[in-house]
Design a protein. Sequence first.
Length: 456
Amino acid sequence: MAKLIKRNKAMSVRPIKSGQPNGVVLAFAGIEKSIPMLHGSQGCSAFSKVFFVRHFREPIPLQTTAMDQISTVMGGDENIIKGLKTLCEAKKAQVIGLVTTGLTEVQGADIHRVVEQFKAQYPELNEEVKVVPVNAADFTGSLESGYSNAVQALIHHLLQQNKTKLVEWENSPFLNILPGSHLTPGDLDQLKRYVEAFGLEPLVLPDLSRSLDGHLPEGRGSSVSVGGTTLGEILSMPLARATISIGNAMIEPAKSLEQSTGVINHHRCGVMGLSATDWLINQLSQISGQEVPAWIERDRSRLQDAMMDTHFTLTNSRVALAGDPDWLLQWHTLLADMGIDTPVVVTSTGSQSLADSSFDTVKIGDLEDFEEWINRLHQDEKPNLLIGNSHVAEVGDRLGLPVVRSGYPLYDWVGGHARTWIGYEGARQILFELCNAIAHSGTHRLAPYRSRYAAA
């Protein structure tokens, strides 16, 4: 059990977390021909767009209801209906995500009622486009929980309300994957390679590896997402043989999917490192009834060799982490495999999974708490390395410590969004990077002995 230290100040200074609306935008970016519409001021959508454009270096489809002072006070229902009508009449989107923000959550906007009102007012438009309302107040939760809310809303509005005829699951070629927000497009590609190696066809919800993987789409730019999970694939999820959900934030969406379809769910917080990847491969072997392919066994042996090559440097080294709960827990699995200590762990928001983890102490706070905690440590207890997003890298510059960049956002590291962190090969490359970062920093070396009898 970890000691969870709650926030003890009234404001965030250099916050770690990103708001829930960003998580919803990320989830809808993995749905083919979809577009999220943020119900709030123009600044809310502008922030989300800039946040993800800097991270992925790709155009991000996004719309807003553009609330002003009058609609904020008098109500913005007309803005919603007008915005939905405009998007539907454009006949480019198949799925529209209607997303609240902090402004409209405080206002008390009932977006579910407005969506039903829109459907009744324009039934012909509702037949062509699916509108999915998602509550995402940015004064609570984080990107991780907003992403989870979006996936659960997609399951509720596209599956639970759609009666699909089931088939014999034992004969189904499909395998559902519900990936957490901490998995990159590169991670999803690796997941799909593993699934396909066992003769199964992955249905990933949402699938960023087909939309934000950095490919050049044909033709001109699109006003909706290009690539991702298609509406037909989502409707096929009740036909899958099983579901694998990754990330504790995905537990509730996985439960909703299991309750509505009867498809059994297999859950793991993360699949980074030897033990976690072993779990994934064993699950795929049992679900498919097939032996593990030779190339996967070879990748595993390469990771084992890398663990032996790097353990002299990494074992008993110290790493400081700052990020969302599922991201922290996934990293903890790899670090624990190598015997790496984590004296400083700061999270954006508390969770029961963090409290139940084997971390020693976890602080719910911001980057000011993160930096102050490191400075309070004795020299022999200070971390050799920091792991976190580009804002954590700024802390590393001030403290003179090496940084491995991971998470959201990565605006100063080209290609970070597409990197593969999971699986045997992903873990192997991470161990090399951690080892090199520590070895070249000098933080792991013993201080030279100086005799007390030596001349001053």
